[in-house]
Ligand binder design. Structure first.
Ligand code: XMP
Ligand code: MG
Length: 179
């Protein structure tokens, strides 16, 4: 285990099982709909990559990058699109893939933008959910697993761009971000 990690919450094997279960549910629900599966960069990239390989249906993939305004670590809910989708959303069954939903502000803003483009449907799958922190009334349509209100890293999730490549998800030691 990495020295900066206090505790592993989900091992590689745990993650594989969670992703496989989500992939099976999504395959059933989206069969025949050719969904547009949208990865929110960068954190959701490993999850997206594993998830689509557990979906044995026709689908298309696209990527979006957003950034919060301001330097605060607290999400402001106002996001700027840094990279937009290449594929048009109108009339498509859009599935947003997120790494974690915290307050829900970022995702709410993103969903409002995409809704205005008239998709046939718009749903969210998140690997991790921190429902304690939710300020919006947002409930993900598909959720891998709930996490306690701790700062977690690994499997795409970062602190200052580090730890994204850890194959497991763990709680970051407080001394790392309080230093
Ligand atoms: P909101 O609050 O808008 O923010 O739902 C969601 C974004 O905040 C980041 N986030 C985390 N990143 N470990 C991380 O590495 C965490 O525990 C964590 N909680 C929130 C993340 O970028 C997410 O998309
Ligand atoms: Mg994110």
């Amino acid at each position: 285990m990495h020295d900066d990690i206090q505790e592993i919450l989900f091992s590689e094997e745990d993650i594989a099982r969670i992703v496989r279960d989500l992939g099976e549910r999504l395959s059933e629900d989206y069969r025949g709909l050719n969904p547009l599966v949208v990865c929110v960069l960068k954190g959701a990239a490993p999850f997206m990559s594993d998830l689509v390989r557990r979906m044995d249906i026709a689908l298309e993939m696209d990527y979006m990058a957003v950034s919060s305004y301001g330097a605060s670590s607290q999400s402001s809910g106002v996001v700027r699109i840094m990279k937009d989708l290449d594929i048009p959303v109108e009339g498509r069954h859009v599935l947003i893939v997120e790494d974690i939903i915290d307050t829900g502000l970022t995702l709410q803003y993103l969903m409002d933008i995409l809704k205005r483009r008239n998709p046939a449907s718009l749903k969210v799958v998140t690997l991790l959910d921190k429902p304690e922190r939710r300020t919006e009334g947002l409930v993900p349509d598909y959720c891998g697993v709930r996490v306690p209100n701790e700062f977690v890293v690994g499997y795409g999730l970062d602190y200052a761009e580090k730890y994204r490549n850890l194959p497991y998800i763990g709680v970051l030691k407080r001394e790392v971000y309080n230093a």
